[in-house]
Design a protein around this ligand. Structure first.
Ligand code: HEC
Length: 168
């Protein structure tokens, strides 16, 4: 569940730490609930401290995992009509090369994972939004990064989409 739907949780450099923190927080909270039953039957105070510590850990994780602020100039460069837009836009040929190298083994004529095929200009255009989301936003594709796509190539996909996803 986590890997399919919450890529941002496990694809960062600290993914192991995120997992350990979540497990520890879960154990701490669970501990309070187990202890609660005994405390109630023995007429003692319920030890909520460990549950509190678990909640604090999760809140800490939320703060630590928040997205980095986007620098002001990055937004300006991507704005429509910006001066340097012509220089940063990507041609169909450049995009085709990246797709052929990184996607076609699983999304071509023979193999069409999730019925997504990208081997013709028409098909690529048809799936442009999904391609952009999967590669540049969610970073879920290439699947498990099987074809070892670089950040520069992901940026290229983003710029191709922002340039109107040209397919000729
Ligand atoms: C190693 C095989 C593999 C490679 C390489 C790969 N994919 Fe996928 N792709 C999959 C699988 C498997 C699924 C279905 C995943 C799922 O259902 O969770 C999928 C699903 C998709 C989907 C549909 C997602 C959805 O949920 O609707 C898109 C779009 C996609 N891939 C695009 C790409 C693009 C673009 C590339 C290249 C940058 C790529 N894939 C590379 C295996 C791959």
């Amino acid at each position: 569940m986590l890997s399919n739907h919450y890529g941002w949780l496990h694809q960062g450099p600290w993914n192991w730490l995120v997992l350990m923190t979540l497990m520890l927080a879960g154990a701490l909270i669970r501990h309070s609930f187990v202890a609660r039953h005994r405390a109630l039957t023995e007429g003692r105070r319920v030890p909520w401290e460990s549950a509190g510590a678990g909640v604090v850990l999760i809140l800490g994780l939320v703060v630590a995992q928040r997205p980095a602020p986007v620098p002001a100039h990055a937004g300006a460069a991507a704005a429509p009509g910006a001066e340097d837009k012509v220089n940063t836009s990507v041609s169909y040929a450049q995009m085709r090369a990246v797709v052929d190298q990184h996607c076609i083994i699983c999304h071509g004529l023979q193999m069409q994972q999730k019925t997504v095929a990208l081997h013709t200009p028409e098909l690529l255009g048809q799936h442009a939004l999904a391609v952009y989301q999967q590669v540049a936003v969610l970073r879920l594709m290439p699947f498990e990064n099987a074809t070892r796509m670089t950040q520069q190539e992901r940026d290229l996909v983003r710029r191709w989409y922002e340039a109107g996803a040209p397919v000729r």
